[in-house]
Design a protein around this ligand. Structure first.
Ligand code: SF4
Ligand code: SF4
Length: 356
């Protein structure tokens, strides 16, 4: 039998939820949601679970990930209970439940913890700067090694175990299935959503939503391309004209698109940007800083002026280390990963259901 957590509402507010207790269960939000269906009924069900404090049901549900935050439900909610923002808060909350380290939850609940983590990185790099005796060559060499080690380490020790935990809560506890055929047949769902997020287009037919989807797609491709160029093709040291040009284009894509995202959040013109959690700001601002500082460093390399402005590389490295050790494993970046796996797991659960 489900055990309600009486303090759940209070807990959820720390993850950004607002006013969901005002809900009087009319069902308008589910009726207007273009992504809800008979089998996937939300957001009302999630609002009810949250009001009742049904923590275990929420932990085992993939529905918060099926929402792409178009904001229609919040627009039409007669009680202004902000069901769209509740779905977003539940995603943040779920990340904290998947994360075995507990750091995702800590950072999400506390701005001071975020500040302390960012400052710890600055202090660590300043310590290296004053005591390592490294010159420009060593900094760039170890900076590049860090990028490679961070990708492998964060994935192997944080993200992979967390995905396994997510699978355990949402698939194994519900279906107890390990039929290899189902996992293989559902695999295209993972790749499709990871690289296209095409479900956003079903949200509604407003022009703004299509533009938002397109910008996200360009950003994902730009970010992954820049990651590949810097880590595997060593963009800062490369002399290959195609690699150099591609790096410029990809880093420009990253900072131009994220600049637009920052402006959208400041203007709050659409429902999805009315509320911004600190983790939303950190994600867009750090991505912007990474793109623009990478572009600047490479420009200095090409102008032969890096030695005189080496502070820019150190700034880029600081942003990069904060991004790789804080935002990627514990911050908003993980939404990209967990949402793609949620689509995959949801497909598996449906394929294993008797009606499928
Ligand atoms: S529309 Fe608002 S009041 Fe009605 S069920 Fe949804 S959240 Fe509750
Ligand atoms: S924000 Fe949009 S997709 Fe999400 S629950 Fe509301 S109407 Fe559905």
């Amino acid at each position: 039998m489900a055990r309600p957590d009486l303090k759940f509402g209070k807990k959820l507010k720390k993850y950004g939820a607002v006013d969901f207790n005002a809900c009087y269960n009319c069902g308008t939000c589910t009726a207007v949601c273009a992504l809800a269906s008979e089998t996937d009924s939300f957001p009302r069900e999630m609002v009810r679970y949250s009001v009742l404090g049904l923590d275990e049901e929420i932990k085992g549900s993939l529905k918060p990930w099926l929402c792409y935050y178009c904001g229609e439900c919040s627009t039409y909610c007669p009680q202004e209970a902000q069901p769209g923002e509740l779905m977003m808060s539940l995603r943040r909350y779920l990340i904290s439940r998947y994360d075995w380290t507990g750091l995702s939850g800590l950072l999400c609940r506390s701005l001071a913890a975020y500040a302390a983590a960012f400052l710890a990185v600055v202090a660590g790099l300043m310590g290296l700067f004053f005591f390592s005796g490294w010159g420009q060559k060593e900094w760039m060499h170890y900076g590049h090694l860090f990028e490679m080690a961070a990708i492998g380490g964060v994935f192997a020790f944080i993200l992979l175990p967390n995905i396994v935990r997510m699978w355990y809560f949402t698939v194994w506890k519900r279906k107890k299935t390990l039929r290899m055929k189902t996992y293989l047949l559902a695999l295209p769902e993972l790749l499709l959503h990871m690289f296209t997020q095409k479900r956003t287009l079903s949200c509604n037919d407003e022009r703004d939503n299509t533009l938002w989807w397109f910008e996200h797609l360009v950003l994902v491709l730009g970010y992954l391309g820049l990651l590949f160029a810097t880590v595997f093709l060593d963009w800062f040291a490369s002399t290959h004209p195609v690699v150099v040009a591609a790096g410029y284009v990809l880093s420009a894509v990253v900072f131009v698109v994220t600049f637009d995202f920052v402006i959208r959040r400041i203007r709050k013109r659409s429902e999805k940007s009315v509320f911004s959690h600190p983790s939303d700001w950190f994600f867009v601002i750090w991505l912007f800083l990474m793109g623009i500082s990478a572009f600047g460093v490479r420009l200095l390399v090409d102008l032969g002026a890096l030695a005189g402005h080496f502070w820019l590389y150190l700034l880029h490295l600081t942003v990069l280390v904060q991004w790789a050790l804080i935002i990627v494993p514990f911050g908003k970046w993980t939404h990209f990963l967990y949402r793609s796996f949620a689509m995959y797991f949801d497909r598996i659960v449906k394929m294993e259901s008797p009606a499928a």
